[in-house]
Design a protein around this ligand. Structure first.
Ligand code: NAD
Length: 247
């Protein structure tokens, strides 16, 4: 049966790698969600369609609930199917200690990483229930949720900690409905998020402390995400998979 895979933040990085891998792993319909980067989303969509799957490019700022609702109204026009969600869109603010954690900055991080992710999950679960064909969710957290991120961006770490805790509760609630909820916690991964967060040298700096001696690749996160959504992980819910080179 054809499954519908919704990936937020699929215009770049881990989301884009997950979309590309999904297209060659059996997902026939993939929602390529983007925030501002339409070009990146179109590139992801072209890669999906090049291998014969169908891409649906939909934009929405996940910090705006009305935009998320509009996105899901568009998704509801697609044929009903089992729905899988990769709740991946996220941001990191520049390096900063407690003095830098102004309300505006923290609000921006939490609006995207926490409120946005919870609203996307809520809309996806309502869709799964209405379509009655089940599905799965992977929330993309961070090793920062587990280890903290002292003197760097504790607001980001706290936002991902919120997602970890949210995921455990959601997994408990949805298990009786056959909807599995799992978490992937990337360590340092080679994507643009570090430069966007004002730290282009971060990967090189922290890779020295990674037991495997290197940063990870977006494709290595994609493998874990898609495994958790697949039937091969049929007894996994409330599971956390660290993709972190041993950190
Ligand atoms: P990225 O910057 O390459 O991709 C982030 C994606 O989220 C982009 O597609 C971006 O457009 C989207 N996005 C950001 N804000 C948005 C908004 N307001 N509305 C809609 N879309 C928005 O980064 P990435 O490294 O691929 O990050 C993906 C996820 O992985 C994030 O949740 C991030 O916190 C997490 N993560 C990344 C790393 C890492 O080292 N790269 C480590 C741990 C966790």
């Amino acid at each position: 049966m054809s499954r519908l895979l919704i990936i937020t933040g699929a215009s770049a990085g881990i989301g884009a790698a997950t979309a590309r891998l999904a297209a060659v792993s059996g997902w026939q319909n993939i929602v390529v969600h983007y925030g501002r980067d339409l070009n990146g989303a179109n590139e992801t969509a072209a890669a999906i369609e090049a291998v014969g799957a169908k891409a649906h490019v939909i934009g929405a700022d996940v910090s705006e609930p009305d935009a998320i609702a509009k996105m899901f109204r568009s998704i509801r026009e697609l044929p009903a199917a089992p729905v899988d969600l990769v709740n991946n869109a996220g941001i990191v603010a520049p390096k900063g200690g407690i003095a830098d954690l102004t309300p505006d900055r923290v609000k921006q991080v939490f609006d995207v990483n926490v409120l946005g992710a919870i609203e996307v999950a809520r809309q996806a679960v309502m869709l799964m229930r209405d379509w009655g064909q089940g599905g799965g969710i992977v929330n993309v957290s961070s090793m920062a949720a587990k280890l903290g991120s002292p003197r760097e961006y504790t607001d980001y770490a706290a936002s991902k900690g919120a997602i970890d805790t949210f995921s455990t509760g959601l997994a408990d609630e949805l298990a009786p409905e056959g909807i599995r909820v799992n978490v992937v916690r990337p360590g340092p991964i080679e994507t643009e998020i570090h430069a966007k967060g004002g730290q282009p040298d971060r990967l090189e700096r922290i890779s020295k402390n990674i037991p495997m001696g290197r940063a990870g690749k977006a494709e290595e996160c994609a493998e874990a995400i898609l495994w958790l959504l697949s039937d091969r992980a049929s007894y996994c819910t409330r599971s956390f998979v660290d993709v972190s080179g041993g950190r």
